[in-house]
Ligand binder design. Sequence first.
Ligand SMILES: [Zn+2]
Length: 276
Amino acid sequence: MEIEFLGTAGGISSLYKTVSQHKDSIVRTGPAIYIHDLKVLIDTSEDIFYQLRRSKIYDIKIGLYSHWHPDHTMGIRVWETLNYDFINSTPNSNKTKIYLTEQQKLDFKKYFGHWDHLNYLKSLGVIEYDVVANDAQITVGKTTIEYVQLTQAIAFGFYIVTPTQRILIIPDEIKDYTPSDNIKNVDIAILPFGSNEVNPVTGERIHEEGMLERLGESRFDESVAIARAINAKHTYFTHIESTEGLNETHVAMLEQHLSQYGLNCTIAYDGLKIKS
Ligand SMILES: [Zn+2]
């Protein structure tokens, strides 16, 4: 299984003080994850067009969304730019299958005209969509992808079972999530980094005290506690706010510190591929 982090930023991605720890990947762009073997894309931020171009991804079979928030959805028109056939007078466009849960359908109807836009894309012939239950399981070849509705009920993670591996991907909104027993001890967990009022390494204050708590944001130490409860063989943290200002040294210190306490983890960067 090859999983690529197309974008590892949080809600404020490319314009404001975006930094990454990796020399080949100096910026963080909007959140998106691509599973190459299955041709499955999770989330379309406003950066998705350039992410697909950079990673040479031209053929996507399935599109999934974690939730309606703009940092995960505002590149929704990419299905047209990716698939539309502008050569022939009767277009012979490629088609991606989009899945939405019942919860996401309600939210897409409520916010940003996403539901109207999806129907427009369908009328162009560049997508088809299916609305599925909030705990639905999708089968792709010999792999199943199960929606995991989070405690923040607008948002979903994905529990993926292949013939040889179990993988959990939670792109965002992990606040107050308690993992159920069946998803524990997975091979790979991908979790949101959380937002922090102080830099988690230097202790330097980023936000006014109590601000993120009031916004209901999850902190890094809360994400770490959830990661410990999940107990994956390897955990990747993503969805990293530009305001964190994490540099190469910070990341190395964090990874080392956590591994000393039994959590094998990697802080993801744009373009990182998990090959397993
Ligand atoms: Zn987000």
